[in-house]
Design a protein around this ligand. Structure first.
Ligand SMILES: N[C@@H](CCC(=O)N[C@@H](CS)C(=O)NCC(=O)O)C(=O)O
Length: 222
């Protein structure tokens, strides 16, 4: 089954990491893994454009079916392989509702993180403003404090309760990225606890980006 799957992914891409985690959690590690270079613009290659007209990674193919958008690919794999590997969706509707809420909120966190990290890359030189950078950093700080508050109230060790779920698959890569970029564990102790727990999970250890060995200080003042 896994040999019929191809994942095009890029080093350091948190949306790509989500799909890689689900594939491991579901025992599908024999998939065709194609690591492409953003620097060489390989995400705009014909092989990717054929299945994902936005030329974005992750791009995922199962047989002749393309399933793009990281959250959609993760939800598809969980549905298709429900009985295989680790269950990633609670059976109780109320717990599922919370899990889905956190999953989709994870995209807001990813967006705010991206607004800070990729500002210089996204905004042309003459249009950059210090005030916009400050605003983006403040918005990220508020967003991270929101997640810190969720974890203070949460009964289980995971993002949506007692079990590792699709919500963790979506949110954890952003949390890990923030700590990789120097987020202060003392200012976000609950997120640091969560990070330390989840980073030891086999699916996470196996898929950790090789470029993330040395910590950075981009977010140390957040
Ligand atoms: N909403 C998409 C976002 C994917 C995305 O933005 N991928 C980035 C890498 S992290 C990319 O391919 N950027 C290149 C581009 O947009 O041209 C998803 O979740 O799959």
């Amino acid at each position: 089954m896994a040999q019929d799957m191809t994942l095009y992914w890029g080093e350091g891409s948190t949306p790509c990491w989500r799909v890689m985690i689900v594939l491991e959690e579901k025992g599908l590690s024999g998939y065709n893994s194609k690591c492409l270079s953003f620097m060489k613009m390989e995400h705009k290659s014909q092989a990717v454009m054929d299945i994902n007209p936005r030329g974005q990674l992750p791009s995922f193919k199962f047989g002749d079916k393309a399933i793009n958008e990281s959250c959609a690919a993760c939800m598809y794999l969980e549905c298709k392989f429900k009985e295989q590997g680790n269950p990633l969706t609670p059976s109780c509707c109320d717990e599922k509702a919370k899990m889905l809420q956190r999953l989709f909120e994870g995209n807001t966190l990813g967006q705010k993180l991206g607004d800070v990290i990729y500002y210089d890359w996204k905004v042309p030189e003459g249009e950059r403003h210090e005030s916009a950078k400050t605003r983006n950093r403040e918005a990220l700080r508020v967003e991270l404090k929101l997640w810190e508050g969720y974890m203070e109230k949460e009964t289980g060790p995971f993002i949506a309760g007692k079990s590792f779920s699709l919500a963790d698959v979506v949110v954890f890569p952003s949390i890990a990225y923030a700590f990789h970029l120097g987020l202060c564990p003392k200012r976000f102790p609950k997120l640091a606890e969560y990070h330390n727990l989840v980073k030891e999970r086999p699916s996470i250890k196996k898929t950790w980006f090789s470029s993330w060995k040395d910590k950075k200080d981009t977010l140390q003042d957040i």
